[in-house]
Design a protein around this ligand. Sequence first.
Ligand code: G4P
Length: 531
Amino acid sequence: MSQPDAVRLADEVARRRTFAIISHPDAGKTTLTEKLLLFGGAIHLAGEVKAKGERRRARSDWMAIEQKRGISVTTSVMTFDYGGCTFNLLDTPGHEDFSEDTYRTLTAVDSAVMVLDAAKGIEPQTLKLFEVCRLRDVPIMTFINKMDREARDPLEIMDEIESRLALDVAPVNWPIGMGAAFRGVRRLDDGTTLLFSPREDGGIGEEGPLVPTSNSLKDRVPERLMAETEEQLELVRAATKPFDEAGYREGHLSPVYFGSALRTFGIRALLDGLVAHAPPPRPQDAQEGEVMPTDPSVAGFIFKVQANMDPKHRDRVAFMRLCSGKFERGMKLKMVRHAKPLAVSNPIFFFAQDREIADVAFPGDIIGVPNHGQLRVGDALTEGLDLHFKGIPNFAPEILMRLRLGDPMRAKHLKKALEDLAEEGVTQVFRPNIGAEWIVGVVGQLQLDVLKTRLEAEYNLPIDFEGAPYITARWAVAEPKELGRFVEAKRASLATDRDGHPVYLARNAWDLNRVQEDYPKVRFEKTFERA
Ligand code: G4P
């Protein structure tokens, strides 16, 4: 790579911000996303991908599920520029029925924004997604939304984040009132105030920043409210840490912003925070060592595979997170698992204003790689290096179901189909040591619907689900001798995953505790990475 090329690569890396929004349904993720794009500009949704000269994708039954339930099964990639940075926002399905896609998307980001409803604080799904971020110490900024409505005491919310997430908080700004009395936010660092002046059309509802001596501030904020806010700020300063970038980037301190996505208030402050502090593409761990984004040789990993929605064609789009080098259209990359080349002649770029002229991508960017089913989640694509990326785990399923095949004569077909769909990451499949029925495991109900629909539509295999008496699965990991002994003793409660690794199927929490106590040398893993 020539000197100017290396400089360009380093510059492009430094200005990339690849992130996701994590939240509980209804906290305001969609609204916030829209508003981020309002400040940004170019929008490309992966679900709307249309390659050059290609007709719109045929709608399959799978799409019908999406429509019927009014949700997006697919994870979208949205890109926008702001403040000299290029942002890649990886959307995670904002529905209660999330799936492994949601989790895996978080393996492809460098930071996250956690949106909380100010009236509700931390909700169950916030917690789950947070835990996944914590696995990789993903830095998190917090946006406390809906301050234009009656909210909980903000000090109480700070306390809740600290105690429930074991995460230090550093408020960047602090609300002046709430609900009908919401007047704006005051920055902790320079004391300036951003006044809340909502617009009917949802446009930017901010005025300022105003210095503390400003007359309009005095006119607009009642004296008592200002005095109350000052009092609170004293408490906040005493009880929380000042912002420190290292703590944030290491994932143990979260800067907190207050605002209202609906009223377009406080969004700019959040974006400015992301520009100033959110990490650019991080080095990625591989078995062979760290892959630095500025390494000249192209490398990336697949974090999601989406079947082409036309059931007649098994074409797929693999979503690759670029980790190093400058990718150019037409490159031949090596599929490390198969040790075979793949010419990426028609990549899908999500980041260009105009998809059709885009032909380069940089670390942090996401590229859609069309393929015929060779690529699966966790695969590496490189310019030649044999890399195996770490940190793209499977997640312990929370729903386990037995699968009943209408026509028992087609068991072999079912095996093949389940293997295919498991490769794609639709569900996980387990083969119990005892009994002939497959068990499928998912983290969200929606995955089951997709599996049933696709087995029927694409493989002509009508199936039914039947409850399985298990609450969760854990990968059993131990020294070979120890593992052998455990597998022998607990055969009836064990299954194997699609790679033949033993998995313990727990009937209830008590059962899981008990087996952990009985076999202290075996680890029961909630997440599992393939070697
Ligand atoms: P989600 O993607 O996290 O599920 O949340 P979404 O943005 O869809 O927001 C959920 C509801 O909360 C929506 O209202 C939205 O308008 C509202 N909302 C989001 N941000 C704010 C805010 O800052 N202030 C107030 N007051 N409301 C907010 P809805 O009635 O469920 O939907 P809609 O009919 O408005 O679309």
